[in-house]
Design a protein around this ligand. Structure first.
Ligand code: IPE
Ligand code: IPE
Ligand code: MG
Length: 250
């Protein structure tokens, strides 16, 4: 039986979030520059998006550029922005073919003008697609996202629209970039690093984490299946006991 056949389609994560890490080390290991790694990471993005859509995953969030990534060498930053621009332009056809809707989270307005424009256009073109949402985290910071929500709620309190006592989790969630999107059940990080790097701090509260040593350009469908199978073998307890989860106790 292949890995894919072992997956229980009734217990799929609805939303998978991935920290695509290790492009630079992948390139370095072959004596190439870091941008070569980023360029080759695009194949893994395509494989993963198609693999998720085929299985029936409804949301796939990919961490593509953090607010901290602006601190990289200028040539890498401009190279990444160019790659993003080109990739969105080219891949829009594949998204249409696969009935995938493109979304973005992060401070999109602060991206270079042409990148932001291309992204907006691709979002509009794919807005009617229904099979899966592909959400790119771009110029994204989990802390900034939470701050944004807090500020908007504070403003509503100040204007007398709501009382402090009305503030609840639902309200916080509705002001996040991810409003309307369910929290990820599974978070994957490649390249052996085991940290969250300011990704979806609020939304990952109860996600299962899966770490693989593979560098992002080497990530493929089989790796995706491995991650999902590992997730399916976890017991998600949400604070309860095993006995309660198994229905042996109340
Ligand atoms: C992830 O790969 C891609 C981005 C952060 C844009 P890295 O570029 O972080 O690769 P490593 O971690 O240096 O190997
Ligand atoms: C996190 O990867 C950001 C993205 C994958 C876009 P980094 O490689 O930038 O993370 P740190 O800085 O090593 O934690
Ligand atoms: Mg990295």
């Amino acid at each position: 039986m292949s890995l894919k056949d072992s997956i229980d389609l009734n217990n799929l994560p609805k939303h998978i979030a991935i920290i695509m890490d290790g492009n630079g080390r992948w390139a370095k290991s072959q004596g190439k520059n870091r941008l070569f790694g980023h360029t080759n990471g695009v194949t893994a993005v395509r494989e993963t998006a198609e693999g998720c859509a085929e299985l029936g995953v409804k949301y796939l969030t990919l961490y593509a550029f953090s607010t901290e990534n602006w601190n990289r060498p200028i040539l890498e930053v401009t190279g990444l922005m160019d790659l993003l621009l080109k990739t969105i332009k080219i891949e829009v056809k594949t998204l249409q073919k696969n009935n995938i809707r493109l979304k973005a989270i992060g401070d999109i307005d602060a991206l270079p003008g042409n990148t932001a424009r291309e992204l907006r256009q691709a979002k509009e073109e794919t807005a009617g697609n229904t099979r899966m949402d592909l959400i790119l985290a771009l110029n994204y910071s989990g802390k900034a996202e939470i701050m944004k929500s807090v500020k908007q709620i504070a403003e509503d309190v100040k204007q007398g629209k709501i009382n402090v006592a009305d503030i609840n989790e639902e309200m916080m969630t509705s002001h996040l970039y991810t409003a309307g999107i369910p929290d990820p059940e599974l978070m994957v990080r490649t390249s052996g690093e085991q940290r969250i790097s300011n990704f979806l701090l609020w939304q990952l509260a109860y996600a299962e984490f899966y770490f693989t040593e593979k560098f992002w350009p080497d990530f493929d469908r089989e790796e995706l299946y491995n991650a999902i199978l590992t997730y399916q073998n976890r017991e998600r307890r949400f604070g309860k006991t095993t006995e309660q989860i198994k229905g042996e106790a109340k």
